[in-house]
Design a protein around this ligand. Structure first.
Ligand code: GLC
Length: 800
């Protein structure tokens, strides 16, 4: 049933006038004549939560999206009663609540400008069939307002003019604008008058967002049950909005560094000899790779937590041998448990009553890869605990390093709605409900239980999990990929959009099936896709295998060489990516930023889709068309160095950039200092005693950081990290680099090899920590090069 805000207008009910008001610490309550209560919680000066009930009482808090660790607290709170409004003022926001109809207006406290205003505001419709309400909210949308976010929607980056549905769905071979697909992230960022705000509609029922499609000047969102419950996050910077949303719904721990390397996957590599051959080929061709995946065929009849002993007679030995060669093994685990009385997981689940049931009692039965299955109720904490424990053998005994959760929408084959029927019952952490409410978080709870299991049995190392289905907050537990895409150029465009959108939705650790899952790419498409993937936080080739191979050497030698070059580049940039990842885990800073997020004040960025900033200093733009020798792209404001030529360009305009098949447009922001490793065949292959710092001269100041630790384990949480902050100050005749070090981790790095780009003067004098150094330390090797001790405090290069 698709409810439509306008079509169902007749059934809509609206709140009447406010008759009482009260305050309880950080919560303010407004009650209307007809017993509607609006609760406004002040989380921060710039973050308010709005929650409405039509019954006089509120439901239990939802247990899934919001983390306990969110930072809350405000500086100022003042409430005044005016003739027509109650006025709530914090140090950042003014919120007016209309006495006659509960409508909200939100203003920027600093300049009094209107940020967001209710149109019809909160309204609802009785849900005759299920009880409760269909809850609705509509807001005024302005002509120049833009919208971003919502997870994995494969549509234009700017959501304006479109309507979307949120219902986690297995979407094999989806296409542009297919909706809904695998994830539900009911959070968007609005941008109006250069100011950004966010709305997170935390409601796990099937929900909808309409950004001016139904009525041009109205943005609305609604859900088929539950409460109208949304968080309003004021920026005004887009990055602040996304960072606070991520703080609210949770940041992940650092992944092990190997998880940021290159991963090779296929459905499926088996038997063992095939897996070994693939691994050997990577090493033979010297193409870096850190992980190899086992898809469903490693199991015995697709029974989770078993091994097919014909294909894999001694998994422990195989995993160990792969590990000795620098490969981590990642294995798939699906939610469907085969109905088989002789299968221990099935027996345990049955004995303990852990499987989901229909409303009238029978178990939910559904077909997946193993045939008829039952499905654990991951919304039950006891079931999650049990599930976590099932990983002991795989992780602790056999040594598998990562788990891949798939089909967890949950996907059910050969049924019209591709998932459980609505009447299925769930525990929902002690607040039992139907599948209507639990569907969108089912996959998330599976990934959560998996994460806990992998974490427990990997200790003291860090876990690695990847999931297909997700709801807001899933980024706390796992990485993700964009599901079953297709090997065509349109899907390269989609992959680029989706990973940017996920980053804007708080979930940065994402990537696509490089090369396409369904069908087979030709060498050119595969190459362009590897180029894009080099700059995606999660970097994995995967394919269904139905249409041929998809390894870096499948095509021709030229392709192999270019692919190797880009994968090598990924490995060189690992310290930069790891630093960005650390920033994400600390502050929620997205790992990649769409241009609009990078420079929201420049209207030219609002509808750009292809270019993005990797970390906060590297601008990339994938080539998305066949036979290209380059492309037009928009370079955002500021000065940038062409990575390949060191040519310096002024942004704020669209331009042609050469990029033959062995290249792609990459630019470095002036003033940046980029740490680089030497090429390795896998993470930590080498003891790295010398790290390159690529320094891009700027007249002015710029800060860069470089975070390092032991690349696995939790010592970094106890101060065993090394965070270097570099301050670059450039003048016409001088370049100063200062280093400030924090943390107690002593890495292998003894020296920095500085590579200085774009220096506009000839160096006559070098001062290193106040000592004059001979000019012999300088070498010209393409660019100016100099090797210095890693613990320097200040380097001063000047023309005097
Ligand atoms: C699903 C997954 C895909 C996997 C396949 C077999 O289609 O999305 O990645 O290879 O199932 O397990």
């Amino acid at each position: 049933m698709i409810t439509n805000t306008e079509l169902t207008q007749k059934g809509n009910v609206f709140p009447s006038k406010i008759i009482s008001f009260s305050k309880d610490v950080d919560k303010i309550y407004f009650t209307t004549e007809d017993d509607v209560v609006l609760q406004i919680t002040i989380l921060r000066d710039s973050v308010l939560r709005f929650r409405y009930t039509t019954t006089g009482t509120f439901a239990r808090e939802l247990p899934y999206a919001i983390t306990q660790h969110a930072s809350i607290g405000y500086n100022e709170l003042d409430i005044e009663e005016e003739t027509s409004f109650y006025v709530i003022t914090t140090s950042k926001l003014i919120c007016k609540v209309s006495k006659k109809d509960l409508k909200i207006k939100l203003y920027d406290r600093a300049d009094g400008s209107l940020i967001n205003e209710d149109e019809l505001g909160f309204h609802w419709e009785d849900s005759y069939e299920f009880g409760g309400n269909i809850v609705k909210m509509s807001k005024v949308s302005h002509d120049a307002e833009s919208y971003y976010g919502l997870g994995d929607k494969p549509s234009h980056l700017n959501l304006k003019g479109k309507r979307f549905e949120n219902w986690v769905t297995d979407s094999y071979a989806y296409g542009k604008d297919t909706d809904p697909i695998y994830k539900t992230i009911p959070f968007y960022t609005g941008l109006y008058n250069k100011k950004a705000y966010g709305i997170f509609f935390d409601n796990t029922f099937r929900s909808y967002f309409d950004f001016g499609q139904e009525r041009r000047n109205v943005t609305s969102f609604w859900a088929q049950g539950g409460e109208m419950n949304y968080y309003f996050i004021y920026g005004p910077k887009m990055t602040d909005v996304v960072e606070y949303y991520t703080d609210l719904t949770g940041k992940p721990d650092l992944p092990p560094l190997w998880a940021l390397g290159f991963h090779q996957c296929k459905w499926s590599y088996y038997p063992e000899s095939k897996v070994k051959d693939i691994a050997a080929k990577f090493r033979e061709l010297q193409i870096p790779c850190d992980a190899i995946y086992l898809d469903i065929d490693y199991m015995e009849g697709f029974r989770c937590f078993t091994w097919n002993k014909d294909y894999f007679p001694d998994p422990k030995r195989m995993v160990k041998e792969l590990e000795e060669d620098g490969f981590k093994t990642v294995a798939i685990i699906d939610p469907g448990i085969k109905i088989d009385k002789d299968y221990w997981v099935f027996k345990e689940g049955l004995e303990n009553d852990y499987f989901c049931k229909r409303a009238d009692g029978p178990y939910v039965k559904g077909k997946v890869w193993p045939g008829e299955c039952y499905f654990p109720d991951f919304t039950n904490p006891e079931v999650r605990e049990w599930w976590s424990g099932l990983f002991k053998e795989l992780i602790e005994d056999i040594g598998v390093k990562g788990i891949w959760n798939d089909m967890n929408e949950p996907a059910v084959m050969e049924v019209p709605n591709k998932t459980f029927p609505n009447d299925v019952r769930h525990n929902y952490d002690g607040d039992p409900c139907s599948h209507r409410k639990a569907h969108n978080i089912y996959g998330m709870q599976m990934a959560r239980a998996t994460h806990h299991g992998v974490k427990k049995f990997s200790h003291p190392k860090r876990p690695f999990v990847i999931t297909r289905a997700a709801y807001s907050g899933t980024q706390r537990y796992t990485s993700t990929w964009t599901g079953d895409n297709i090997a065509n150029w349109e899907h390269l465009w989609i992959a680029n959009i989706q990973v940017q959108r996920m980053a804007m939705s708080g979930f940065s650790f994402a990537g696509s099936d490089i090369g396409g899952f369904a069908e087979q790419p030709h060498g050119e498409l595969f190459t362009r896709w590897i180029q894009l993937g080099t700059f995606h936080p999660f970097f994995r080739v995967h394919s269904s295998g139905d249409h041929g191979d998809q390894e870096p050497w499948t095509f021709d030698e030229d392709v192999t060489d270019i692919v190797r070059k880009f994968i090598e580049f990924r490995y060189q940039l690992l310290p930069y990516l790891y630093t960005a990842f650390w920033d994400y885990t600390e502050k929620g800073v997205p790992l990649i930023q769409s241009l609009v997020m990078y420079d929201q004040e420049d209207g030219n960025t609002h509808y750009r889709t292809d270019e993005f900033i990797y970390g906060n200093k590297i601008l990339v733009c994938p080539v998305l068309e066949p036979n290209a020798k380059g492309r037009r792209m928009y370079v955002p404001r500021g000065e940038w160095y062409n990575f390949w030529t060191d040519e310096k360009i002024k942004g704020g305009k669209e331009m042609w950039v050469d990029a033959d098949i062995d290249s792609m447009p990459i630019f470095i922001k002036e003033g940046s200092i980029i740490p680089k490793y030497p090429v390795q065949q896998h993470v930590d292959e080498k003891k790295i005693e010398e790290i390159v710092l690529d320094i891009y001269y700027k007249e002015g100041k710029e800060n860069s950081q470089f975070f390092d630790d032991s690349h696995d384990g939790y010592e970094y949480t106890r101060g065993r990290f090394c965070l270097r902050t570099f301050k670059l100050t450039g003048r016409k005749d001088q370049l100063i680099i200062q280093q400030h070090k924090e943390g107690t981790f002593a890495s292998d790095c003894k020296k920095f090899k500085l590579q200085i780009h774009g220096l506009p003067f000839e160096i006559k004098n070098i001062q290193l920590d106040n000592q004059t150094k001979s000019l012999e330390h300088l070498q010209i090797n393409g660019c100016l090069t100099m090797i210095i001790e890693e613990n320097f405090a200040e380097l001063d290069l000047n023309a005097k």
